[in-house]
Design a protein around this ligand. Structure first.
Ligand code: ZN
Length: 556
């Protein structure tokens, strides 16, 4: 009886396979064909665009920037091909591309091409609006008692002045950019929403996240988890900050205003703990240290450093970045190294991006030879960057002795905790405000901004204030729907750090432990983007992305 049932099942299965396989195979072959055509076009343009951008960032000449712009445009143009998109759509809807590598490439390529299917006239209009707004931000100077001040000068006043009057004037003066750009931003937001709806999304926020491979509900739930885990501790720290500043400015805590926190947005930790990390680095060479450290954990970076542009030059970009020129081993960083703690952190950070790219799996198809998501490479970079202010790391790298390390351990931990908690509450404001703004740009945005600031940063709105303060943050207008990735990067950095220190290495400074490099190469770098980011995180830590470890590290 059992035998005959088995026979029937087998026969059905064989007939099923006979009927399906050809179609299945046909679709997968079409996908393979698509990929080889795509690779033939993209690989040379990708390299050319990256090299052009690299050159422009180093020389800063108009001619090189024009070349870079042209190469980026040629690269972006690939994704506007509507025939190619129709093919991808058919392959996707068929549900017959099931081989894991092909299916993953289909998913990534489908999203990339979907983002390119915007009416060119609408896109041109969007870029025009963005350029106009961008000019207004660039040209804006705060007018204070007849003097014109830059953003940096405003930050300096907020950080150093103890005059309540000057602080208020600097903060309010800076906020005057709000009314200059607010109406245009609302029009831009509505325009972006229209574009998003035309290609099938509810609004631009949803489109941005989904096309980058993030589910808005998944991101929101991490932010909710983080809010719950940090709220009480942040409230405690906030009252510590308030007590400090009340004394500092000689006012009552109830009279503290948003201009009393040393920053335009209260996005960075105010200086309430005093420790000078720069003095530990003034006689050091961050390049030598970074090479030594990464080599010690089994991720040699000599090839990356050899191609990098390390020091200041006229015309050169003054910041830092890492770039993967060809996904085949040409990885470089641009830096402006100086012997201080900022550049030690930055070098560890950029080389973190660097090793993620450099140690990829060359046998993977081009599409998958990339980080699982922008924030996963940010997480690796942050995890290493944090070491620059870690007394144990400094001790094990031979920068300080154990007595000094012990002496500064407590205040270093407190300073990092403050930095992380202040930033995390600010990122909550940015994420939730942007989401809400794209869902309903016609609401009272001025009030909505302060609702968020009061709820998450626990700052009180100055009485009677009704100004577009949300519009003063340039990211809201010009770098939309990306800010949340900075916080996700910090959250994941803590999850990996905690996993590694519990399961991979007994050395919390990582110094000299090759097991750290082996683990990261195998579990994070080699997989590239072959798995959905949260699956990669689960495969490498046993859990999906969670705020638990970030809280464990910084809340107590
Ligand atoms: Zn980075």
């Amino acid at each position: 009886m059992k035998k005959s049932i088995l026979l029937v099942i087998c026969t059905i299965a064989i007939i099923f396979l006979m009927l399906c396989t050809p179609k299945h195979e046909k679709m997968e072959n079409r996908m393979k064909q698509f990929i080889s055509g795509y690779e033939a076009k993209i690989i040379p343009l990708y390299k050319e665009a990256n090299l052009a951008s690299w050159n422009a960032n180093i020389t800063g000449t108009d001619a090189d920037w024009a070349k870079s712009e042209k190469a980026s445009f040629e690269l972006a143009r690939i994704f506007t091909d509507s025939t190619a998109f129709a093919e991808l759509k058919e392959l996707k809807l068929s549900g017959l591309v099931t081989d894991s590598l092909l299916a993953r490439q289909l998913e990534l390529l489908y999203n990339a091409y979907l983002g390119g299917q915007v009416d060119p006239a609408l896109l041109a209009e969007q870029i025009k609006m963005e350029t106009e707004i961008s000019k207004k931000y660039s040209n804006f100077r705060v007018n204070l008692n007849g003097k014109e001040l830059s953003d940096n000068q405003i930050e300096e006043i907020l950080r150093n002045s103890t005059s309540n009057k000057d602080l208020q004037a600097a903060w309010e003066g800076h906020k005057m950019i709000g009314p200059v750009v607010a109406q245009e931003i609302i029009m831009l937001v509505k325009h972006r929403n229209m574009i998003a709806r035309k290609i099938g999304f509810a609004n631009y926020h949803e489109m941005s996240l989904k096309l980058s491979g993030q589910e808005p509900a998944e991101v929101t739930s991490i932010f909710d988890e983080l809010d719950n885990l940090t709220r009480d501790n942040f409230a405690l720290l906030k009252s510590e900050i308030d007590n400090y500043f009340a004394k500092h400015y000689k006012i009552k805590t109830s009279d503290l205003k948003p201009w009393h926190y040393q920053n335009r947005y209260f996005q960075e930790a105010p200086e309430i703990y005093f420790i000078d990390f720069d003095k530990y680095y003034e006689n050091q060479d961050p390049v030598k240290l970074v090479a030594e450290f990464y080599d010690g954990i089994g991720l040699n970076v000599d090839a990356i450093l050899a191609k990098s542009d390390l020091y200041e030059k006229p015309g050169k970009n003054q910041h830092a970045f890492s770039t993967d020129i060809d996904r085949s081993g040409d990885v470089r960083t641009l830096d402006n190294v100086k012997p201080d703690s900022y550049w030690m952190n930055t070098m560890l950070h950029e080389l973190g991006h660097g090793v993620y790219s450099y140690y990829n799996d060359m046998s993977l198809p081009f599409v998958l030879r990339d980080a699982a998501h922008a924030f996963t490479t940010e997480a690796i970079a942050n995890m290493f960057g944090r070491l620059a202010k870690d007394p144990l790391w400094m001790q094990n790298m031979g920068l300080i002795d154990s007595a000094e390390s012990k002496k500064i351990a407590d205040v270093s931990r407190k300073a990092l905790r403050l930095e992380m908690l202040v930033f995390s509450r600010w990122a909550q404001v940015m994420y939730r405000f942007e989401k809400s703004m794209y869902e309903n740009p016609d609401q009272d945005l001025n009030q909505q901004w302060w609702n968020m600031v009061e709820q998450y940063q626990m700052l009180a709105k100055p009485e009677g204030r009704n100004m577009p303060d949300w519009a003063t943050k340039i990211h809201v207008a010009l770098y939309p729907c990306y800010y949340h990735n900075y916080l996700l990067g910090e959250v994941l950095a803590s999850q990996w750090y905690s996993y590694i220190t519990a399961n991979v290495s007994r050395n919390p400074s990582f110094v000299g432990d090759k097991a750290v490099g082996d683990y990261l190469r195998e579990k994070v770098f080699l997989p590239g983007s072959r798995y959905y980011w949260n699956d990669m995180i689960e495969r490498s830590t046993g859990e999906k992305l969670t705020a638990k470890y970030y809280a464990r590290q910084f809340v107590q």
